[in-house]
Design a protein around this ligand. Structure first.
Ligand SMILES: [Zn+2]
Length: 207
């Protein structure tokens, strides 16, 4: 990591020195990207974005939980609130990806509570419960757990997050009056292609 840091200081930082000094004054990114923590799907790399351009939240399977204003610690919801109500981003992109381990675990029931597979650390299985509606739909449509089923799961996961985004009143309100646009996409790792979701038809097509 330090070797990479030295390369960054020598090239990336030096080249964008002025930008960094402007950014010290504050940030005003226009997009929020919700992506998976998976090491292969870094949004800044995929969108060739510069520092300050994208506000990014990454978690297991690029999930947005529903609006639950209780006393629990909602990291994703807090980041979403900051991006939407403070930064006033104009667009939100939920970006799933091919070969997502979180989607696969949900589909195969790897951590099913009923099978005693809650995971070792308590949190993962419950987080993936967010994908239960997607899993049920995909299992019904794909009796075989083949690649098509996993791909359908990855796409359905994006739809779940888009639905949950709209349960937050300040998202709904801004989308209704045109201040905010929501998008879904899946990044296919093997061919490096981004597939955008057309919410009217539900279809995903290469961007
Ligand atoms: Zn993933």
């Amino acid at each position: 990591m330090l070797e990479g840091y030295r390369r960054f200081r020598a090239t990336g930082w030096a080249r964008e020195r002025e930008r960094w000094s402007d950014l010290a004054e504050g940030q005003s990114p226009e997009v929020l990207v919700i992506a998976c923590s998976d090491s292969r799907v870094d949004p800044a790399t995929i969108f060739d974005a510069k520092p300050g351009e994208m506000f990014v939240v990454r978690n297991v399977a690029a999930l947005v939980p529903p609006h639950q204003p209780d006393a629990q610690y909602h990291g994703t919801s807090a980041a979403l609130e900051f991006a939407v109500t403070q930064l006033e981003v104009k667009e939100i992109l939920v970006m799933g990806h091919g070969f997502c381990g979180g989607c696969a675990a949900s589909l195969t029931g790897q951590f099913d509570h009923a099978r005693g597979g809650a995971g070792e650390g308590h949190f993962l299985a419950h987080w993936l419960d967010l994908l239960d509606p997607a899993r049920d739909k995909v299992r019904a449509e794909h009796p075989e757990l083949d690649r098509a089923a996993f791909q359908a799961m990855e796409r359905e996961g994006v739809r779940v997050s888009l639905r949950n985004l709209r349960t937050f009143p300040w998202v709904r309100e801004r989308e209704a009056d045109g201040r905010l646009k929501l998008h879904g996409a899946v990044f296919a790792i093997s061919d490096g292609l981004l597939y955008l979701c057309n919410e009217d038809t539900g279809a995903f097509a290469p961007a």
